[in-house]
Design a protein around this ligand. Structure first.
Ligand SMILES: [Mg+2]
Length: 373
């Protein structure tokens, strides 16, 4: 249909300031760089998608800068002149010219879905089969700071009523110190709030088997990705040894990864991020494998702005298996509101918007304000 033909594609990098610095095991960020991809159709509709990684290329090799080059130089020529309702064929043609680069592909794939849904005047989740739920619980992420700092932040967040669980980043300190830090936090918070930890793949099998049982004893309810992404057999061994669930994140990008993890019995929960998987369809594929295996999915984050957050929310709300909550807190960590009307967070969690497409509108003034030259 000619109205849906793609006329123009634009990319913009913005650096969105954060309310506080966010620390990972080996990285820290004061602002979150985000790539927006705008797909404009002959019918005058614009779809937007977001490419984003947690602060830089340390997580999976991509950055907003690499994404912009991949999109502009290699993906845009595939898109121009095509219909936004041809997504499966477009994705196949993109994969013919670009391997990997799943974060860059996500920005494009989400923009296509947003534009198509806006043409049809339906919410994006309609294209994913409809809503299984209309809100998701939102876990708050705490950094690698000392226990008193982390506890104070957590107590403040509990007072807001928006969060009932916390995920603590680990791996920045020596294992014994790190465990003592988490035990001190758990002593104050276990029983009041759910405490989970994310090692971001910093430990090996022996370190994990030596130290993680203490966290389970301290009341930590879930451990995320203690070992490197490729080390599925260690993840399985740790899963088997611990009395609490292990969640796969760095080990899980594609539906094929999900199948491998299920076969190995390596993880009790899957961290699904639309950003790391190439978009909504691959995320859905992972959720279908998970559903078949009886593995719950968690709507995890790369610390998206409200655009990427809305995309992940449409995925999570339309996927029955995504019933382990979310950490879609990105917009709450950002010091600027990027939308004309903000996403709604309340004591039920984050609410699915019901307007056409993603159901949210970027504020052009904010784009101009934070646009990188
Ligand atoms: Mg993680």
């Amino acid at each position: 249909m000619s109205e849906m033909r793609i006329d123009r594609v634009e990319t913009v990098i913005v650096d969105i300031p954060l309310r506080r610095p966010h620390r990972f095991a080996r990285a820290r960020m004061d602002a979150q760089p985000v790539l927006y991809v705008f797909v404009r159709t002959a019918g005058g509709i614009t779809g937007v998608g977001e490419g984003v990684v947690p602060g830089g290329p340390w997580w999976a090799g991509e950055s907003v800068e690499t994404m912009q080059v991949i999109v502009e130089r290699y993906i845009v020529p595939v898109l121009l002149g095509r219909g936004v309702d041809e997504i499966p064929r477009i994705l196949r043609d993109i994969s013919d010219v670009v391997a990997a680069n799943l974060f860059a592909k996500t920005a494009v794939e989400v923009a296509l879905h947003d534009a198509w849904a806006r043409h049809l005047e339906v919410p994006l989740h309609t294209l994913l089969g409809g809503a299984a739920r209309t809100s998701v619980a939102v876990t708050w992420a705490l950094g690698t700071e000392p226990a008193p700092v982390v506890v104070e932040e957590a107590l403040g967040k509990l007072d807001t009523g928006l969060h009932r669980s916390f995920k603590l980043k680990m791996g920045a300190h020596e294992p014994t110190d790190d465990i003592a830090r988490i035990e001190a936090v758990a002593e104050k918070l276990a029983g009041v709030a759910g405490i989970r930890v994310d090692l971001n793949a910093r430990w090996d099998r022996l370190t994990s088997l030596t130290h993680l049982p203490r966290l389970a004893e301290a009341g930590v309810e879930m451990v995320e990705q203690p070992v490197p992404g490729h080390d599925i057999s260690s993840l399985a061994a740790i899963s088997a040894a611990l009395p609490i669930p292990v969640m796969a994140d760095e080990s899980l990008h594609t539906p094929a990864d999900a199948l491998r993890l299920v076969t190995a019995g390596a993880a009790a929960i899957f961290a699904v991020k639309t950003t790391k998987s190439g978009g909504l369809r691959a995320s859905r594929g992972i959720a279908e494998v998970a559903a078949a295996a009886g593995v719950p999915c968690y709507a995890a984050t790369s610390i998206e702005s409200p655009i990427g957050t809305a995309a992940s929310l449409h995925f999570a709300c339309s996927s029955p298996a995504a019933d382990w909550g979310s950490e879609l807190f990105g917009p709450l960590l950002m010091a600027a509101e990027m939308l004309v009307a903000p996403l709604v967070y309340d004591t039920d969690g984050l609410h699915l918007p019901d307007g056409p497409g993603l159901g949210v509108e970027l504020d052009p003034a904010r784009i101009r304000e934070f646009r990188r030259d």
